[in-house]
Design a protein around this ligand. Sequence first.
Ligand code: PMP
Ligand code: GLN
Length: 382
Amino acid sequence: LLGGDGTLGITIFEEVTALAQKHSAINLGQGFPDEDGPREILDAARAAIADGANQYAPGQGLAVLRHAIAAHQERFYGLHIDPQTEVIVSTGATESIAAAILAFAGPGDEVLTFEPFYDSYGAVIGLSGATHTTAPLNAPDFQPDAASLEAAFSERTRIVVVNNPHNPTGSVLARPALELIVRLAERHGAIIVTDEVYEHLTFGVPHVPIASLPGAAERTLTISSAGKTFSVTGWKVGWLSGPADLVAQVRTVKTFLTYTSGTPFQGAVALGLGLPEEFFTTAAAMLRKKRDLLGEGLRAAGFEVFEPKGTFFTMVDAAPLGIDDATALARRLPSLIGVAAIPVAMFCHEEGARRTRSMLRFAFCKRFDVIEEGALRLATLR
Ligand code: PMP
Ligand code: GLN
């Protein structure tokens, strides 16, 4: 976790964003939208501050938000959650991920993730003292391979971390894969921690929460966040739901990480979760158009493009351009052509990094004109 000089490391997203700023490059690296979310939500946060909602919220989160999360899970997925005992609000999904892993895993345990994996999983598993094991998601469809997944579980597997839709590959796990994960978790007595922050950002395929599968609910902690759904990544409002006994243990850890999370944003997010269905479908449809526009540009530039079924991200292989080391390319890209992207190897351990050596991740959660300009610049790579 420490940089070579003993200073704390920064994330690859921060590093690439800093490079993009330095070179005034188009930032298709870090996944944050460049347009604000729904006006009524922004207004609600402003009003909450004006109305004095500026002191600590209850540790488990404002009741209005916990009720809205429960109502959202019921409305979209038919999942029943007790807003009193089965949900907590956290400082982004990031805190829920950390608190869940720290609550249940320690030295001697294994925590299994897919690979590539979102960077905070690896860091927090490291902090917990547990061993990080992985199962690969391979091109072109990035679905788990049953035999390797089965082989990745052991009697020491305490947690399996699922991320669906998946960052960085953009894959949406097929139902049989989700069923297999549940069966294997059951067999090994593992808890499922599922990160579903992109739940509303799928393109032509439904989002199936793993908690909705038979046998899953009693061992699953489901995590999501307002950041992606409502384009408010800076608000850092997330949540976690699951069986009361497991949620209580996560809440204990959350208490001593941050105690409580941003009061004025919580009511505003509750309002967002109650927006009509049309808001959610329109946002996904708009994002799908952006995916298509970026995909076209990337193909025209000569990359092999793996079309994502969800998330903010498109993964590409730069090998057809004769580029073998995507990490070196990502470091040069902002100064070279004024575009920033993230090397996929950063989401991997050593072996996975070799497999994904020539791959890059591009974010398309940007304005159409920004994507178009990015594509024009990428076309000069040939
Ligand atoms: N999980 C995944 C898969 C993500 O891509 C991100 C980043 N946006 C997060 C968690 C972090 O979410 P938050 O900003 O709500 O902490
Ligand atoms: N989740 C965002 C991404 O994958 C960035 C989050 C961060 O900067 N840590 O790009």
